[in-house]
Write a protein that binds this ligand. Structure first.
Ligand code: NAD
Length: 480
């Protein structure tokens, strides 16, 4: 039985209460490990270690910080196969995806911020006519909290931790209790890389206990959170009265606008990915597909045929396109939306049923599902399903497409397929989303701001935005 430990003060530790949670393998529905059910006292121990480490770490030269973070990146790369296999087993995602995307990106996160911190600088302003000069220091905040979800476990965990550490903060971090394994392996990598004890502390456990203890800790100065909108709301309510800095990356219900003048084959290939990559469990998946009337019937036939050809299989098999959903509870939630479709006057065009894989009968597999809807106002188009389920419907013109795209509480990303430059500019300006992709999807340059508008969150991650979040500007004005 795999026993995951907390990483506190540079050491692997059991929870103080000695209470444990089961860790499930979604590909077969069986318990394969135990994780700490950490309480307030573990979070307090992690905080104490971080607070103790802060004076030294915040005064460590940028070159040394950068070297340690680069070393972590190297070790993640060296251990690619082990980490990818662990991520795939813990989450249910195809091993091919973990190998090509999740783990390389986790390494890239550390490498990127190892470099970025050497280029990050405060500003100066000369107050002309007053014989004064202002310069702005960028001070690390102190001890910060990083909380991440289960869909891209190591990828999103490191996306927060790397900039926090690069900027000179010490961190108390919690991965999702549903997918804790690669965060645990990262602890060992940090020890091997020579990260000083207490600089990063990883505490495992449930959201409403361990996570809550991090958020309500009076001395943890900032919370960087990625997860569901309801959790984000709760965190904001808890943290705001303590005036903590908050970065909230929340849910999405992203529109995909397909115009008749697009590069059809590229669009079809990419739409397949933007719908079903990681079993549709990516906050950036385009789950509401709107297609221009004149190509709607053709798209419908082609898309259904391509989706039917996708292979749902065991995550460890190389040709698997869709692995298992992350948990039984999540599978049941997604199935409930599908079962409810007929009551919303919506038609299931393909998929919709559980898949049984011989030898893994209790795994959480689901067919990729396309549902044709009659209105954007239905529950299937308004609520985040976060599984292998997309809806499609036609639109008459650009105006109608834009209106439907924006008519939702979320605003994370939007994808537009067109070769008309003027339309690209009009829509990019008017779509209510933090990230717009035109003729592509999930193309990421780590320097760009990442985050959503409306109920998809507040704040931006990525590049210098993340380093600004994890530092406090302090202005010094000198008159001479
Ligand atoms: P979740 O909100 O249930 O959990 C996210 C994390 O928060 C977990 O570590 C959980 O333990 C913790 N948590 C739960 N309650 C807490 C509390 N009261 N205090 C502190 N921490 C708490 O989300 P999930 O189900 O793990 O992930 C899926 C959601 O994440 C989806 O809504 C998806 O859109 C969103 N997501 C957003 C982005 C983005 O960048 N915007 C990226 C990935 C996922």
């Amino acid at each position: 039985m795999n026993e995951i430990k907390n990483y506190i003060d540079g050491k692997m530790q059991a929870p103080i209460s000695n209470e444990w949670l089961d860790n499930f393998d979604p590909s077969c529905g069986e318990v394969y490990g135990k994780i700490p059910n950490s309480g307030k006292e573990d979070v307090e121990a992690a905080f104490q270690a971080a607070e103790k480490a802060f004076p030294d770490w915040s005064n460590t030269t940028l070159e040394t910080r950068s070297r340690i973070l680069s070393k972590i990146a190297d070790l993640i790369e060296e251990q690619l196969d082990i980490l990818a296999a662990a991520e795939s087993k813990d989450n249910g995602k195809p091993i091919s995806l973990a190998t090509k995307v999740d783990i390389p990106r986790a390494s890239a996160n550390f490498r990127f911020f190892a470099h970025a911190i050497t280029q990050f600088a405060g500003e100066s302003h000369e107050s002309v006519g007053f014989n004064a000069i202002n310069f702005t220091l960028r001070k690390p905040l102190g001890v910060v909290g990083c909380i991440s979800p289960w869909n891209l476990p190591l990828y999103l965990f490191t996306w927060k931790i790397a900039p926090a550490l690069a900027a000179g903060n010490c961190v108390v971090a919690k991965p999702s209790e549903v997918t804790p394994m690669t965060a645990y392996l990262l602890s060992k990598i940090c020890i091997e890389a020579g990260l000083p004890p207490g600089v990063l502390n990883i505490v495992h456990g449930l959201g409403h206990t361990t996570g809550q203890a991090i958020v309500e800790h009076p001395k943890i100065k900032a919370i960087s959170f990625t997860g569901g909108t309801a959790t984000g709301e709760h965190i904001a309510r808890t943290a705001a009265p303590m005036f903590k800095k908050l970065s909230l990356e929340l849910g999405g219900k992203n529109p995909n606008l397909i115009f008749a003048d697009c590069d059809y084959e590229k669009m079809l290939d990419t739409t397949l990915r933007s719908s079903f990559a990681n079993q549709g469990q990516i906050c950036l998946c385009g789950s509401r597909i709107f297609v221009e009337e004149s190509i709607y019937e053709k798209f419908k036939i082609d898309f259904v045929a391509r989706v039917k050809a996708l292979k749902v299989g065991h995550p460890s098999e190389k040709d698997t396109n869709l692995g298992a959903l992350v948990s039984k509870q999540h599978l049941e939630k997604v199935l409930a939306y599908i079962e409810d479709a007929p009551s919303q006057d919506a038609k299931i065009l393909c998929g919709g049923k559980r898949v049984t894989i011989p030898g893994y009968e209790n795994g959480y597999y689901l067919e990729p599902t396309i549902i044709e809807v009659k209105t954007n106002r239905c529950k299937l188009n308004q609520e985040e399903i976060f599984g292998p389920v997309v809806t499609i419907m036609p639109f008459k013109n650009e105006e109608e497409a834009l209106e439907m795209a924006n008519d939702v509480r979320y605003g994370l990303s939007a994808t537009v397929w067109t070769t008309d430059l003027n339309r690209t500019m009009r829509l990019s300006n008017q779509l209510q989303a933090g990230i717009i992709w035109v003729n592509t999807w999930l193309m990421r340059d780590l320097r760009t701001p990442f985050g959503g508008v409306k109920d998809s969150g507040v704040g931006r991650e990525g590049g210098f935005e993340a380093l600004r979040f994890f530092t406090e500007p302090k202005n010094v004005c000198i008159q001479y």
